[in-house]
Design a binder for this molecule. Structure first.
Ligand code: ZN
Length: 310
């Protein structure tokens, strides 16, 4: 069991204005800012991590807010919809709350699960789903969002693809998912290695135009493994499937590998270790700017160059 892919680890998307992104996720959706750092490859840009209290894998949505980048377009070859699990009976509350914030939403049912869908201020497509299976994860609560309403963490990620088969093959043969159902052009894949954040949906539509990566679109989808030994076993499996994959990269809070799946979506594999409490205590996660070692000497210049968010 421990050697399996344990569902989603984190999902990373692109935003435009940092402050607008931070305010929306922490104040309107009420998730916790569990890490405030910079993009390790571009330290002039913030990297925000939002999650539950502990910053558990499977709850972490991260953003690169590239100010001025402008809106992208969702389309083929992308992860297009991010699904959060919400408590049973909370959708009415969320419909009202989103309306109060002047956010348009649609109601839907997919594979027998009720959901609402809407977009964040940059156009990122979100879904709040009342899952059929009970979700026992402990949510981060705020004054306005108690545990009857607060987000539990991820329910699913949806990939939009011109052709499903090559991606289905990687998800099943390499990552250990199995096809649970099909509704029209939509496939639902699930892994039984874990009972939350364990769903990948694929929408197959050969007529879909390709998306363009900028604000409001996904950057990559990270799958979870227990530790860096298992991570390296997956490196061999991905290579054996004929795909290129990066060497192991230290992201300070996890170790990572990246590869592009055949449908065009950038996949990452990321470890549970060492986690977000490696450089600050649980109580104060996300309250101060954390920099990787290589940038610590440039802290004052980096801080001066980052957008104002307070
Ligand atoms: Zn990542």
């Amino acid at each position: 069991m421990d050697t399996k892919i344990l569902g989603l680890h984190h999902i990373t998307a692109i935003a435009d204005q940092a402050k607008r992104n931070l305010d929306f996720y922490t104040q309107v959706l009420g998730v916790r800012l569990v890490k405030k750092t910079v993009n390790f490859d571009d330290p002039g840009t913030y990297h925000f991590y939002f999650g539950n209290e502990q910053g558990d894998p499977g709850t972490i949505l991260t953003f690169f807010p590239w100010e001025g980048i402008g809106k992208g377009t969702n389309g083929a070859g992308m992860a297009t919809h991010i699904g959060y699990s919400v408590p049973e009976g909370s959708l009415e509350f969320w419909k009202n709350r989103l309306k109060e914030h002047h956010i348009a939403l649609a109601e839907n049912e997919i594979f027998g699960e009720r959901l609402i869908s809407f977009t964040d201020p940059d156009g990122l497509q979100l879904q709040f789903v009342e899952p059929k299976a009970k979700d026992n994860r402990t949510a981060w609560t705020t004054k306005e969002l108690n545990d009857q309403h607060a987000l539990k963490g991820f329910h699913s990620i949806t990939l939009s693809l011109k052709q499903a088969d090559p991606t289905l093959k990687i998800l099943t043969d390499v990552l250990g998912y199995s096809i649970q159902g099909q509704e029209g052009g939509r496939y639902r894949l699930i892994t039984d290695s874990i009972d939350t954040a364990n769903i990948v949906d694929i929408i197959e539509d050969p007529n879909l135009s390709y998306g363009r990566n900028a604000a409001g679109t996904n950057h990559h989808v990270a799958f979870r493994v227990k530790d860096d030994n298992i991570l390296m076993e997956y490196r061999e499996k991905v290579l054996s499937a004929g795909l290129d994959i990066t060497p192991k990269i230290n992201r300070d809070y996890f170790f990572s590998l990246y590869f592009r799946e055949p449908g065009g979506v950038l996949f990452e594999l990321a470890t549970d270790n060492p986690g977000f409490t490696v450089d600050e205590p649980l109580e104060s996660l996300g309250t101060t700017l954390k920099l990787p070692k290589q940038y610590e000497n440039y802290r004052s210049q980096i801080e001066a160059g980052l957008p104002k968010i307070d």
